[in-house]
Design a protein around this ligand. Structure first.
Ligand SMILES: *Cc1c(COP(=O)(O)O)cnc(C)c1O
Length: 472
């Protein structure tokens, strides 16, 4: 495929400007010439970018069961709503009284999230899950500092998303890992052994990245609280719990959620995202300022957060993403929010039971929103990477692979609630077919993908020396 510069032809254009009504003036176009912009007709521009878009894969192309990422369908009504001119033409410095409607959306979104999460206050500032973690851990740090307690350690489960240890380190805490049991839950003995007066808190993902609900979570909260420590919930996997279990009721003190996962706003390609953080009352004074508040019948930006950790994001955060999540929550309502979780869990278990007959499943329990297979016992040394690449040939985006790290050769599948039985069946049949190919024709599987714009890449080289056009 040629680049847009290669299809350029001098003097060709996509616009036609009417004859001028004023006398023509000679102007110097030196700078424009230096820019060497491509000159192409409208149809060539359309074909070029349409062709480029087809070389990529997205939720609108096909099944995208990327575990831990909740690649659900993004209802198009969210996009329509977010493009209303009242949202897109507003200047971030507009006075509060001119953006009452926008502030109301933020306020109500905070309220909905408080209800769904069982928390007392929510900030919408963080721009991603990892940014929410940073905010949450900074709040934990500020909380202990304000009490004059020196606690310099944060605990993280060994099955945690890589962002958890990163957030802990970035906040200047010492990191300590807590082991998982053979049932895929946090090892309570290991946790108890690691409790000391230095421990500020524990970051726990529940359901965890194995797709399993940690049944000891109430006990875990008690152990932490008895020690004066706080419990942080990585709520990126909230899709399995919305409308069913409230993290605040379970005993968590802080949580972040990803609007770009659970609340159906698009993600991938680096955002924009939104990672609101919810906290219990005792931490509300530390939230980033400003918060959106309601004073009599007016919505205001409240800067009087007494011990605020400060601003985490310029202006309002990623407002456009909030509008999409707001539209989603309003469209499906409380019953819909619960049905999301029920169907996400049902779909994952349907696929788990069908696939465990053909692929190794280490933690064989009823799962939540996802489950983790592995390449253990695959014939002819066919690996997880081979299986993932072969799926591309059949038009599926591969699941998350080689994560979580505690399962060797992990294949982490999350169908979420928006997929039909037919789509899941088709993926299941393809996975079974690949297992048969691994037996009968392993060389083929090891060479995959064979039908994509580029075939198997050297992953390390591709990341270090990207070739931005192919073949070229
Ligand atoms: C996605 C995810 C994160 C990080 O969220 P980002 O928006 O990608 O920064 C953190 N924890 C878990 C469990 C996740 O799945």
């Amino acid at each position: 495929m040629k680049t847009i510069f290669e299809i350029s032809s001098s003097g060709r254009t996509a616009v036609e400007i009417p004859e001028p009504e004023v006398p023509e003036e000679e102007i110097v176009l030196e700078q424009r010439d230096e820019l060497n912009l491509p000159e192409v007709s409208e149809i060539d521009v359309i074909r070029h970018y349409t062709a480029l878009s087809r070389r990529n894969f997205g939720v609108d192309n096909g099944f995208y069961p990327l575990g831990s990422c909740t690649m659900k369908y993004n209802p198009k009504i969210n996009e329509d709503v977010s493009r209303f001119s009242g949202f897109t033409t507003m200047h971030p410095y507009s006075p509060e009284k001119l953006v009452q409607g926008n502030l109301r959306i933020m306020y109500e979104l905070q309220e909905y999230l408080k209800e769904i999460l069982g928390m007392d206050a929510v900030t919408l500032q963080p721009a991603a899950g990892a940014h929410g973690e940073l905010t949450g851990v900074m709040i934990i740090k500020a909380y202990f500092e304000s009490r004059g307690e020196k606690r310099n350690k944060m605990l993280v489960a060994d099955s945690a998303h890589g962002t958890n240890p990163a957030s802990v380190s970035l906040c200047g805490f010492e990191l300590e890992e807590v082991k998982s049991t053979s049932m895929g839950e946090l090892d309570l003995d290991d946790l108890k052994n690691k409790m000391s007066k230095d421990v500020a808190g524990l970051m726990l993902t529940n359901p965890n990245t194995l797709g399993l609900f940690d049944r000891n979570v109430v006990k875990i909260a008690e152990i932490l609280h008895k020690n004066g420590s706080l419990l942080y919930c990585d709520g990126a996997n909230m899709n399995a719990n919305t409308g069913i279990a409230k993290p605040g009721d379970i005993g968590y003190d802080v949580i972040h959620v990803n609007l770009h996962k659970t609340f159906s706003t698009p993600h991938g390609c680096g955002g924009p995202g939104s990672g609101p953080v919810g906290v219990k009352k005792h931490l509300a004074d530390f939230l980033p300022a400003p918060m959106v508040a309601k004073s009599r019948e007016e919505y205001v930006l409240d800067y009087r957060i007494r011990k605020s950790i400060g601003r985490m994001k310029a202006f309002y955060g990623n407002f456009n993403v909030m509008v999409k999540a707001y539209a989603y929550i309003r469209a499906i309502g409380a019953e819909g929010i619960r049905a999301v979780a029920e169907n996400a869990v049902l779909n994952a278990n349907y696929m788990r039971v069908k696939l465990m007959k053909h692929y190794h499943l280490q933690y064989n329990r009823i799962c939540q929103h996802e489950f983790v297979l592995s390449d253990e016992g695959m014939p002819n040394h066919v690996t997880t990477l081979d299986i993932a690449k072969r799926l591309l040939d059949y038009g599926f985006h591969p699941p998350t692979i080689y994560f979580p790290l505690i399962i060797h050769g992990a294949i982490m599948i999350e169908p979420n609630e928006t997929e039909s039985k037919e789509t899941m069946d088709s993926f299941i049949d393809t996975m079974i077919g690949i297992r048969e190919e691994a037996e009968k024709n392993p060389d083929l599987v090891k060479k995959a993908p064979l039908t994509t714009p580029v075939t198997r890449l050297d992953g390390v080289q591709a990341a270090r020396n990207p070739k931005l056009c192919y073949p070229c």
